[in-house]
Ligand binder design. Sequence first.
Ligand SMILES: Nc1ncnc2c1ncn2[C@@H]1O[C@H](COP(=O)(O)OP(=O)(O)OP(=O)(O)O)[C@@H](O)[C@H]1O
Ligand SMILES: [Mg+2]
Length: 236
Amino acid sequence: MLLEVRDLHISYGDIQAVCGVGFHLEEGELVSIIGANGAGKTSILQSIMGIVSTKKGSVIFKGREISGLASHERARIGIRMVPERSRVFPRLTVYENLLAGAYGLRKKIDVEKRTEWLYSVFPVLKERSSQLGHTLSGGEQQQLAIARALISEPELLLVDEVSMGLMPKLVDEVFEVLRQLNKEQGLSILLVEQNVVASLAISTRGYVLETGTCAIQGDAAELADNPRVKEVYLGH
Ligand SMILES: Nc1ncnc2c1ncn2[C@@H]1O[C@H](COP(=O)(O)OP(=O)(O)OP(=O)(O)O)[C@@H](O)[C@H]1O
Ligand SMILES: [Mg+2]
């Protein structure tokens, strides 16, 4: 098992955002967590990344309890996150933004080779490699945010609502890239999404989060067919 989250509790002051969530992800899986606004999706990813602290519960990565590790240490052992509404560095070029993703790594990576590969995955970034971050469109910035996370050769990629604010065609493109990374490169991905149809279409398994607890879980196809999921998230 690559990632196991057990009995996770997260609070902000008196607000209990997540109470008792548990799930796991095998190596090579693409798992979706779906849930409405405020269900606790971002909080869960942030706690795996070590950005918010947990009140109770454990996060186990490759058999090791990592709850005590700082965020940069988790990045070093192979966990990377593409945050919600990702910001790229506005005054750095596309290429410099990519390099920033490789900063501070302990392991040696061939940045040039990795960049060439990322340019082949995201051709628009190659075309715009010397353009400043703030001049990219929203969709291009999302692609850059994903590429910046991938440059470090993560073993687990956490992706927070990457489809938000993108037009449908771009959503399809970004999801197709994630699908290929998972299928062809074997990258393990934990996807948090409100776009239930698109995320389940590329997932192995999924979990439905209802205000801080995992209410339903199952194979992606099974979930897409679940009456409750249909009613609440698909509107039929
Ligand atoms: N820094 C914070 N301080 C106080 N409350 C917070 C904080 N961050 C999140 N919360 C609360 O925790 C709950 C879960 O928030 P979270 O952002 O994890 O939900 P989400 O599922 O990602 O929602 P969305 O789909 O809108 O992104 C919400 O009720 C939210 O108001
Ligand atoms: Mg969120």
